[in-house]
Ligand binder design. Structure first.
Ligand code: IDP
Ligand code: MG
Length: 135
């Protein structure tokens, strides 16, 4: 089985969309194998978004993602799970995300785009290790 990290970001939690998002993943056939509601601290947010640390929106991104509880999850499927989840999320800018995707159906702003999903097999492994380290 193949795993990826999914985060329902603070806007999704605040808007009561966690059930909707998990429901979509489950109805697709994916399985939830770990989940925790947690407010990310700055260090964890910085590790998670390290690739963006020199981008102009980094400060805003960290402030947003640490601003309230997120639902952090590991989701499992038969293969290419990261890709399945990314397809279901839609593109980064919700204005451009296709209807039927999570961002396309529920979002309007790039800075409040509801959900994170790992962007490849290596980042999935890396990100799962950040949030759910193996003993
Ligand atoms: P992704 O979440 O679709 O993988 P990334 O390019 O990895 O998109 O960006 C990470 C997150 O940073 C996005 O989901 C979004 O919340 C935020 N972000 C990306 N670009 C911008 C921007 O131009 N302004 C504000 N926030 C942004
Ligand atoms: Mg990304």
């Amino acid at each position: 089985m193949d795993r990826t990290l999914v985060i329902c970001k603070p806007d999704a939690v605040e808007r009561g969309l966690v059930g909707e998002i998990i429901g979509r993943l489950e109805r697709k056939g994916l399985t939830l194998v770990a989940a925790e509601l947690r407010t990310l601290d700055e260090a964890t947010a910085g590790r998670h978004y390290e690739e963006h640390k020199d981008k102009p929106f980094f400060g805003e991104l960290v402030e947003f993602i640490t601003g309230g509880p997120s639902m952090v999850m590991v989701v499992e499927g038969p293969g290419d799970t990261w890709k399945v989840v990314r397809t279901m999320m839609g593109v980064t800018n919700p204005k451009e995300a296709a209807p039927g995707t999570i961002r396309g159906d529920f979002g309007l702003l790039t800075g409040q785009n509801l959900v994170h999903g790992s962007d490849g097999p290596e980042s999935a492994e890396h990100e799962i290790g950040i949030f759910f380290p193996s003993p």
